[in-house]
Design a protein around this ligand. Structure first.
Ligand SMILES: Nc1ncnc2c1ncn2[C@@H]1O[C@H](COP(=O)(O)OP(=O)(O)O)[C@@H](O)[C@H]1O
Ligand SMILES: O=P(O)(O)OC[C@H]1O[C@](O)(COP(=O)(O)O)[C@@H](O)[C@@H]1O
Length: 304
């Protein structure tokens, strides 16, 4: 079973308008509400791909009810812990560009956290855990602590988060990490302009303990680096509709095809990411399958 952990789920409120004028009354041409949060998005795509998944994490209030009921209606197993306060609403503004405002999310108490710890302690070695997204400010070190707990129990995990929250888990050997370009630059502390610089930056994270690094590059596709191989996968052609959740879909494609061989994992990763970018909501299975055959794997040997 693949468990996803979303500390900070969201209702993603997508607002479309032709133009946005600061300080004026703007009227939207269209709005939509989606269940969001990085781990939840991973579970949604895993479910599309027919992979068994359970979404864990913390929800609260009327927005939390929306998330639980929407997932359950879609047949996605979930076992959220209820917290005081409302799950956040993240605003995704679509004009000719994409602007996001993500909320901070409710406080999670030590008691809440202890319950999640108990859930993770009940998993076994055949399970895999995906930690994804932001964490409340009163638990900045929580990923490091939970990764060590899984590592002690020989349970594999992957993680998609930013900065020190990610770096602090590398010593426990995550199976997959998936920074984007901006996140990788922030971690290594310098601008990355060439493919070689990006590959070397990914290798720094491998040296610190990650097993596989999948660096996503938006419309530029993705770069995969582990100790044996380097691949670049350009994005397939298509029209961008809404890139929210594209990175999470990439994670799901890679992990969902675990056991099918690296090349299949990479094709599904990029196909899932791009299929979501080409959709209003997250991709459906048929959208992903349509793109899989179009994903080109370019092996990069010369910079090894
Ligand atoms: N404009 C786009 N056109 C095609 N594919 C895209 C586009 N934006 C994102 N993707 C796909 O989604 C993946 C993840 O996107 P990215 O924006 O890098 O992640 P994140 O959402 O984590 O920042 C990319 O590797 C690519 O496959
Ligand atoms: O927890 P964070 O970092 O604030 O991110 C939450 C946001 O990320 C998303 O999961 C989308 O993530 P990606 O676009 O990186 O795939 C949204 O659904 C959600 O609003």
């Amino acid at each position: 079973m693949i468990y996803t952990v979303t500390f900070n789920p969201s209702v993603d409120y997508v607002v479309r308008l032709k133009e946005f004028e600061m300080g004026a009354l703007n009227r939207s041409s269209d709005t939509a509400k989606y269940t969001g949060g990085k781990g939840i998005n991973v579970s949604r795509i895993l479910n599309e791909l027919g992979v068994e998944t359970t979404a864990l994490g913390f929800v609260g209030g009327f927005t939390g009810d929306f998330i639980e009921s929407t997932l359950s209606k879609s047949g996605i197993k979930n076992d959220f812990l209820r917290v005081e306060g409302d799950t956040r609403i993240n605003v995704k503004l679509k004009t000719d560009e994409e602007t996001e405002i993500n909320g901070a999310g409710p406080i999670i108490t030590d008691d809440d956290l202890a319950k999640l710890e108990d859930q993770l302690k009940s998993l076994n070695e055949s399970d895999h855990v995906v930690f994804a997204g932001s964490v409340p400010s009163n638990h900045k070190d929580v990923y490091e602590f939970l990764s060590s707990l899984l590592h002690e129990r020989n349970i594999g995990f992957s993680i998609d988060t930013e900065g020190q929250k990610l770096v602090s888990t590398l010593k426990y050997h995550p199976y997959l990490i998936k920074p984007n370009d901006v996140e990788l630059e922030e971690i290594v502390g310098c601008k990355l302009s060439t493919q070689e610089e990006r590959i070397n930056a990914c290798r720094e994270l491998l040296a610190q303990g990650a097993s596989n690094v999948l660096l996503t590059l938006g419309s530029g596709g993705a770069l995969f680096v582990n100790t044996d191989t380097v691949y670049h996968m350009p994005s397939p052609p298509g029209t961008l509709k809404n890139s929210v959740g594209a990175g999470d879909s990439t994670v799901a494609g890679f992990i969902g095809k675990k056991g099918s061989g690296l090349e299949a994992q990479l094709r599904y990763a990029v196909a899932s990411g791009s299929a979501t970018a080409f959709n209003d909501d997250l991709a459906k299975r048929a959208d992903i399958e349509r793109l899989v055959g179009k994903i080109e794997l370019q092996s990069i040997e010369e910079v090894k």
